[in-house]
Design a protein around this ligand. Sequence first.
Ligand code: DGL
Length: 268
Amino acid sequence: MCNKPIGIFDSGLGGLTVLREIHMMIPGENLVYFGDSKRAPYGTKSRDAIIKFAFQDMRFMLSKDVKAIVIACNTVSSNALEKIINEFDIPVLEVISPGSAAGLTASETKTIGVIGTSATIESNAYENELKKLDKNCRVLQKSCPLFVPLVEEGVELWDSEIAELTALHYLYEFRNSGIDTLILGCTHYPLLKNVIQKAMGDEIKLIDSAKSIAKMLKNSTIIKDNHSGTDGSIKIFTSDSISKFMPLCKEILGKDNLSVEQVDIENY
Ligand code: DGL
Protein backbone atom coordinates (compact mmCIF):
# COMPACT_ATOMS: atom_id res chain seq x y z
CA MET A 1 0.00 0.00 0.00
CA CYS A 2 0.99 3.69 -0.02
CA ASN A 3 3.82 5.55 1.69
CA LYS A 4 1.53 7.41 4.08
CA PRO A 5 2.46 6.92 7.75
CA ILE A 6 0.73 4.69 10.25
CA GLY A 7 -0.60 6.64 13.25
CA ILE A 8 -0.14 5.24 16.75
CA PHE A 9 -1.48 6.89 19.90
CA ASP A 10 -1.69 6.43 23.65
CA SER A 11 -2.27 8.51 26.77
CA GLY A 12 1.48 8.88 27.21
CA LEU A 13 4.63 6.82 26.86
CA GLY A 14 3.11 3.35 26.97
CA GLY A 15 2.20 3.14 23.29
CA LEU A 16 5.88 3.50 22.44
CA THR A 17 6.24 -0.16 23.49
CA VAL A 18 3.86 -0.90 20.60
CA LEU A 19 5.62 1.48 18.21
CA ARG A 20 8.94 -0.23 19.08
CA GLU A 21 7.62 -3.65 17.99
CA ILE A 22 5.97 -2.27 14.86
CA HIS A 23 9.18 -0.52 13.85
CA MET A 24 11.16 -3.71 14.48
CA MET A 25 8.79 -5.93 12.49
CA ILE A 26 8.05 -3.57 9.60
CA PRO A 27 10.98 -1.13 9.61
CA GLY A 28 10.20 0.41 6.23
CA GLU A 29 6.94 1.98 7.42
CA ASN A 30 6.74 5.66 8.33
CA LEU A 31 5.26 6.07 11.81
CA VAL A 32 3.64 9.01 13.61
CA TYR A 33 3.14 8.76 17.37
CA PHE A 34 1.05 10.86 19.72
CA GLY A 35 1.38 10.56 23.52
CA ASP A 36 -1.15 12.61 25.50
CA SER A 37 1.12 13.02 28.55
CA LYS A 38 -0.59 16.24 29.61
CA ARG A 39 -3.83 14.35 30.31
CA ALA A 40 -2.42 10.96 31.36
CA PRO A 41 -3.48 8.78 33.03
CA TYR A 42 -6.63 8.00 31.07
CA GLY A 43 -7.34 4.88 33.10
CA THR A 44 -8.71 6.69 36.14
CA LYS A 45 -11.05 8.94 34.08
CA SER A 46 -14.74 8.50 33.27
CA ARG A 47 -15.82 6.78 30.05
CA ASP A 48 -17.09 10.09 28.66
CA ALA A 49 -13.73 11.75 29.26
CA ILE A 50 -11.88 8.81 27.67
CA ILE A 51 -14.12 9.02 24.57
CA LYS A 52 -13.60 12.79 24.32
CA PHE A 53 -9.80 12.42 24.58
CA ALA A 54 -9.79 9.53 22.11
CA PHE A 55 -11.75 11.54 19.51
CA GLN A 56 -9.26 14.42 19.81
CA ASP A 57 -6.35 11.98 19.49
CA MET A 58 -7.97 10.45 16.39
CA ARG A 59 -8.53 13.90 14.81
CA PHE A 60 -4.91 14.81 15.46
CA MET A 61 -3.74 11.56 13.85
CA LEU A 62 -5.93 12.23 10.80
CA SER A 63 -4.38 15.69 10.48
CA LYS A 64 -1.08 13.87 9.83
CA ASP A 65 -2.61 12.14 6.80
CA VAL A 66 -2.16 8.62 8.17
CA LYS A 67 -3.36 5.52 6.31
CA ALA A 68 -4.34 3.56 9.45
CA ILE A 69 -4.43 4.15 13.19
CA VAL A 70 -3.25 1.84 15.96
CA ILE A 71 -4.94 2.56 19.29
CA ALA A 72 -1.93 1.60 21.41
CA CYS A 73 -3.98 2.09 24.55
CA ASN A 74 -6.03 -0.59 26.26
CA THR A 75 -8.09 2.02 28.11
CA VAL A 76 -9.24 3.62 24.85
CA SER A 77 -9.59 0.25 23.09
CA SER A 78 -11.84 -1.07 25.86
CA ASN A 79 -13.96 2.06 26.36
CA ALA A 80 -14.18 3.92 23.09
CA LEU A 81 -13.60 1.48 20.21
CA GLU A 82 -17.20 1.20 19.04
CA LYS A 83 -17.68 4.97 19.06
CA ILE A 84 -14.38 5.48 17.20
CA ILE A 85 -15.30 2.96 14.51
CA ASN A 86 -18.72 4.61 14.05
CA GLU A 87 -17.22 8.09 13.85
CA PHE A 88 -14.04 7.72 11.78
CA ASP A 89 -13.64 6.28 8.33
CA ILE A 90 -10.11 4.82 8.51
CA PRO A 91 -8.69 1.35 9.33
CA VAL A 92 -8.28 1.10 13.10
CA LEU A 93 -6.41 -1.57 15.06
CA GLU A 94 -6.93 -2.06 18.78
CA VAL A 95 -4.94 -3.97 21.39
CA ILE A 96 -7.45 -6.10 23.34
CA SER A 97 -8.06 -8.88 20.81
CA PRO A 98 -4.41 -9.52 19.87
CA GLY A 99 -3.45 -9.52 23.57
CA SER A 100 -6.25 -11.95 24.44
CA ALA A 101 -5.39 -14.31 21.59
CA ALA A 102 -1.70 -14.29 22.57
CA GLY A 103 -2.62 -14.92 26.22
CA LEU A 104 -4.79 -17.92 25.38
CA THR A 105 -2.14 -19.40 23.09
CA ALA A 106 0.48 -19.09 25.83
CA SER A 107 -1.65 -20.52 28.63
CA GLU A 108 -1.73 -24.27 29.28
CA THR A 109 -4.03 -24.17 32.30
CA LYS A 110 -6.41 -21.74 30.54
CA THR A 111 -6.49 -19.82 33.81
CA ILE A 112 -5.34 -16.36 32.89
CA GLY A 113 -4.65 -13.21 34.90
CA VAL A 114 -5.27 -9.77 33.42
CA ILE A 115 -3.94 -6.51 34.84
CA GLY A 116 -4.83 -3.08 33.50
CA THR A 117 -6.05 0.38 34.39
CA SER A 118 -9.25 0.78 36.41
CA ALA A 119 -11.21 1.77 33.29
CA THR A 120 -9.96 -1.25 31.32
CA ILE A 121 -10.69 -3.75 34.09
CA GLU A 122 -14.12 -2.21 34.84
CA SER A 123 -15.06 -2.47 31.15
CA ASN A 124 -14.56 -6.27 31.31
CA ALA A 125 -13.26 -6.11 27.74
CA TYR A 126 -10.53 -8.73 28.31
CA GLU A 127 -12.78 -11.19 30.09
CA ASN A 128 -15.40 -10.85 27.33
CA GLU A 129 -12.83 -11.32 24.57
CA LEU A 130 -11.10 -14.26 26.29
CA LYS A 131 -14.44 -16.00 26.89
CA LYS A 132 -15.43 -15.36 23.29
CA LEU A 133 -12.27 -17.17 22.18
CA ASP A 134 -12.57 -19.97 24.77
CA LYS A 135 -15.72 -20.11 26.84
CA ASN A 136 -14.13 -22.50 29.33
CA CYS A 137 -11.17 -20.34 30.29
CA ARG A 138 -10.93 -18.79 33.77
CA VAL A 139 -10.07 -15.12 34.00
CA LEU A 140 -8.81 -13.27 37.10
CA GLN A 141 -8.57 -9.50 36.79
CA LYS A 142 -6.97 -6.72 38.80
CA SER A 143 -6.53 -3.00 38.23
CA CYS A 144 -3.14 -1.50 39.10
CA PRO A 145 -3.69 2.27 38.98
CA LEU A 146 -0.28 3.27 40.36
CA PHE A 147 1.69 1.57 37.60
CA VAL A 148 1.06 4.24 34.92
CA PRO A 149 2.15 7.25 37.05
CA LEU A 150 5.24 5.25 38.07
CA VAL A 151 6.20 4.75 34.43
CA GLU A 152 5.42 8.34 33.41
CA GLU A 153 7.51 9.67 36.32
CA GLY A 154 10.77 8.49 34.83
CA VAL A 155 13.09 5.62 34.01
CA GLU A 156 14.80 5.60 37.41
CA LEU A 157 11.57 4.33 38.99
CA TRP A 158 10.91 1.42 36.59
CA ASP A 159 13.15 -1.07 38.39
CA SER A 160 13.10 0.69 41.76
CA GLU A 161 12.18 -0.61 45.18
CA ILE A 162 8.99 1.47 45.07
CA ALA A 163 8.00 -0.26 41.84
CA GLU A 164 8.82 -3.67 43.36
CA LEU A 165 6.67 -2.96 46.42
CA THR A 166 3.83 -1.64 44.26
CA ALA A 167 3.95 -4.77 42.11
CA LEU A 168 3.89 -6.99 45.19
CA HIS A 169 0.98 -5.00 46.63
CA TYR A 170 -1.13 -5.50 43.50
CA LEU A 171 -0.04 -8.97 42.47
CA TYR A 172 0.26 -11.00 45.68
CA GLU A 173 -3.30 -12.28 45.22
CA PHE A 174 -2.37 -13.84 41.87
CA ARG A 175 0.29 -16.00 43.48
CA ASN A 176 -1.00 -19.54 44.00
CA SER A 177 -4.22 -18.62 42.16
CA GLY A 178 -3.64 -21.18 39.41
CA ILE A 179 -2.85 -18.71 36.64
CA ASP A 180 0.09 -19.61 34.41
CA THR A 181 -0.16 -16.51 32.20
CA LEU A 182 -0.56 -12.84 33.02
CA ILE A 183 -1.75 -10.44 30.31
CA LEU A 184 -0.24 -6.96 30.67
CA GLY A 185 -3.44 -5.18 29.69
CA CYS A 186 -1.87 -1.73 29.57
CA THR A 187 0.82 -0.64 27.14
CA HIS A 188 2.76 1.06 29.94
CA TYR A 189 3.24 -2.22 31.84
CA PRO A 190 5.95 -3.81 29.64
CA LEU A 191 8.21 -1.06 31.00
CA LEU A 192 7.70 -2.59 34.46
CA LYS A 193 8.21 -6.14 33.22
CA ASN A 194 11.17 -6.84 35.52
CA VAL A 195 9.35 -5.97 38.73
CA ILE A 196 6.11 -7.64 37.59
CA GLN A 197 7.99 -10.85 36.73
CA LYS A 198 9.79 -10.74 40.07
CA ALA A 199 6.51 -10.34 41.95
CA MET A 200 4.86 -13.18 40.01
CA GLY A 201 7.77 -15.62 39.86
CA ASP A 202 9.64 -16.86 36.78
CA GLU A 203 7.16 -19.61 35.95
CA ILE A 204 4.37 -17.15 35.03
CA LYS A 205 4.32 -16.07 31.37
CA LEU A 206 3.86 -12.34 30.82
CA ILE A 207 2.03 -11.36 27.64
CA ASP A 208 1.64 -7.98 25.99
CA SER A 209 -0.14 -7.09 22.76
CA ALA A 210 2.74 -5.32 21.06
CA LYS A 211 4.22 -8.28 19.15
CA SER A 212 0.81 -9.63 18.13
CA ILE A 213 -0.40 -6.29 16.84
CA ALA A 214 2.84 -5.74 14.91
CA LYS A 215 2.40 -9.20 13.34
CA MET A 216 -1.22 -8.39 12.47
CA LEU A 217 -0.11 -5.19 10.75
CA LYS A 218 2.68 -6.98 8.89
CA ASN A 219 0.20 -9.48 7.45
CA SER A 220 -2.37 -6.84 6.56
CA THR A 221 -2.90 -4.98 3.31
CA ILE A 222 -2.18 -1.71 5.14
CA ILE A 223 1.58 -1.94 4.82
CA LYS A 224 3.57 -1.34 1.68
CA ASP A 225 5.26 -4.48 0.43
CA ASN A 226 8.39 -2.96 -1.05
CA HIS A 227 10.65 -2.38 1.93
CA SER A 228 13.68 -0.91 0.22
CA GLY A 229 16.07 -1.55 3.07
CA THR A 230 15.87 2.03 4.34
CA ASP A 231 14.15 2.56 7.68
CA GLY A 232 10.94 4.57 7.68
CA SER A 233 10.70 7.83 9.61
CA ILE A 234 9.43 8.10 13.19
CA LYS A 235 7.77 11.37 14.21
CA ILE A 236 6.69 11.80 17.81
CA PHE A 237 4.23 14.31 19.25
CA THR A 238 3.30 14.95 22.87
CA SER A 239 0.76 17.25 24.49
CA ASP A 240 3.14 18.08 27.36
CA SER A 241 6.67 19.38 27.66
CA ILE A 242 9.25 17.89 25.32
CA SER A 243 12.06 18.15 27.88
CA LYS A 244 10.51 15.38 30.00
CA PHE A 245 9.12 13.29 27.12
CA MET A 246 12.15 13.22 24.83
CA PRO A 247 14.63 11.39 27.15
CA LEU A 248 12.02 8.75 27.95
CA CYS A 249 11.29 8.23 24.23
CA LYS A 250 15.02 7.77 23.65
CA GLU A 251 15.20 5.26 26.49
CA ILE A 252 12.26 3.19 25.24
CA LEU A 253 13.19 3.24 21.56
CA GLY A 254 16.95 3.03 22.09
CA LYS A 255 17.47 5.81 19.54
CA ASP A 256 19.25 9.13 19.91
CA ASN A 257 18.01 10.91 16.84
CA LEU A 258 14.33 11.46 17.46
CA SER A 259 12.02 14.18 16.27
CA VAL A 260 9.65 15.17 19.11
CA GLU A 261 7.19 18.07 18.89
CA GLN A 262 4.64 19.53 21.28
CA VAL A 263 1.03 19.84 20.19
CA ASP A 264 -1.99 21.55 21.75
CA ILE A 265 -4.42 18.63 21.65
CA GLU A 266 -7.33 20.80 22.82
CA ASN A 267 -7.35 22.35 19.33
CA TYR A 268 -8.47 19.06 17.76
N1 DGL B 1 -1.25 2.86 28.25
C1 DGL B 1 -2.65 2.97 28.36
C2 DGL B 1 -3.36 1.65 28.38
O1 DGL B 1 -2.90 0.76 27.71
C3 DGL B 1 -3.23 4.05 29.20
C4 DGL B 1 -2.83 4.13 30.60
C5 DGL B 1 -3.44 5.33 31.29
O2 DGL B 1 -3.29 6.44 30.78
O3 DGL B 1 -4.08 5.17 32.35
O4 DGL B 1 -4.38 1.51 28.97
